[in-house]
Design a binder for this molecule. Structure first.
Ligand SMILES: C[S@@+](CC[C@H](N)C(=O)[O-])C[C@H]1O[C@@H](n2cnc3c(N)ncnc32)[C@H](O)[C@@H]1O
Length: 349
């Protein structure tokens, strides 16, 4: 029996947005259901009213289109009250019901303080689980297998056992890319753009000398990422840029307002990390694409405290309106390195 629930990992505090998003996405595919999402738990579970419809939804939902979920796992009911002395046996039985070959086994927990405490409890289980799965005839390192096996602990004696398609989900355990802060980068924000490249343009390389504009660039964490990728960057900000970055010879600093600056020649990429209302940034990015000032754009939308999902929908609507209702490609993600914000990628088709 195919798993009928959808388990979505998210940033703690964004369960409500996750719930709104999955409900809308499911309804759009003709599936009605409800979501269990405890505030600050770091995950949400969507349950279709009809199990078969839920299973179908899990197979066809496109993870890359979802903003708030960090991972998409198809699962069954919570395994609650696992026997203290033997948590492994019920987990193996649930895994066996899902299949006999998986690309990997990920033992995970919510990205919360409670989750961190659970990690020390759950991680020692791993070797026992691996042995027991092997004994039950379940392979967990089959490179050909299309799915990963997830064991997601939500309590010391409670977990979900589910699967995710290797081609339709996050490629990192817990949906968290572990990026090291580069020592030469001028700000921690640099990790946001590094993660955005991984999320939106995986494996993409650029010809040395490709042009880019960085709006709201100071002190230069995003420009630094562009420099590492060989770009020639125009960094627009009234604030000071990191001196070493300017010494690279690949960054030209323009003290200007990011909303007024226009590139003298079209550039390949525009990136924008200005702290402004999301709708203003969305419209700015749309206008850069519409005017042909850049071919692609990566920009950060700082979310309001309330109605965050609604605000994103509004931004999407504004972009669509400004780009004439089509002919573009838009993805938004709340990246691990994002806080009260999401990152978007926009390009002409
Ligand atoms: C979050 S910081 C950018 C950090 C940068 N991405 C990095 O990695 O170092 C936001 C920047 O946007 C700039 N900014 C805000 N409004 C701006 C505007 N209208 N025009 C140009 N820069 C602006 C601020 O001066 C600030 O340096």
């Amino acid at each position: 029996m195919a798993p009928s629930h959808l388990l979505l990992y998210c940033r703690a505090g964004f369960e409500r947005e996750c719930a709104q998003e999955i409900t809308v996405a499911a309804a759009g595919m003709g599936v009605e259901g409800f979501v269990k999402a405890r505030p600050d738990s770091g995950f949400a579970v969507f349950q279709a009213h009809q199990a078969a419809m839920g299973a179908e939804l899990g197979e066809h939902l496109d993870f890359s289109r979802l903003v708030f979920p960090r991972q998409l796992v198809r699962t069954g009911e919570l395994l609650a009250a696992l026997p203290e002395g033997d948590r492994v046996t019920p987990i193996v039985a649930a895994a066996r019901a899902l299949g006999t070959a998986f690309a990997s086994l990920w033992l995970e927990m919510p990205d919360t303080n409670d989750g961190k405490a659970l990690a020390s409890l759950a991680k020692p289980l791993l070797p026992h689980l691996e042995r027991a799965l092997a004994k039950a005839g379940v392979a967990i390192d089959d490179a050909e297998a299309p799915e990963r096996l997830h064991v997601f602990f939500v309590g010391g004696r409670a977990c979900y056992v589910g699967l995710s398609a290797t081609t339709n989900g996050s490629a990192w355990p817990m949906g968290i890319p572990r990026l090291r802060m580069p020592s030469g980068a001028p700000s921690r924000s640099t990790l946001k753009l590094a993660e955005a490249f991984l999320a939106f343009l995986p494996g993409r390389t650029f010809e040395p000398g490709t042009t880019a504009v960085d709006l709201g660039a100071a002190p230069g964490g995003w420009s630094w990422q562009l420099v590492q990728r060989g770009f020639m960057v125009t960094a627009v900000d009234n604030g000071p840029m990191d001196a070493a970055l300017l010494d690279s010879g690949q960054v030209r600093h323009r003290r200007d307002d990011g909303f007024h600056y226009r590139p003298p020649e079209p550039v390949a990429l525009m990136v924008c990390d200005m702290v402004e209302s999301p709708s203003r940034i969305a419209r700015l990015a749309a206008s850069w694409i519409a005017q042909g000032w850049c071919r692609e754009a990566i920009f950060n939308l700082k979310l309001p405290m309330k109605k965050r999902w609604e605000e994103l929908e509004r931004c999407r609507g504004l972009i669509d309106e400004d780009l004439g209702g089509g002919g573009y490609f838009l993805r938004m993600k709340q990246l691990y390195h994002d806080r009260e914000e999401v990152t978007a990628y926009l390009a002409r088709r």
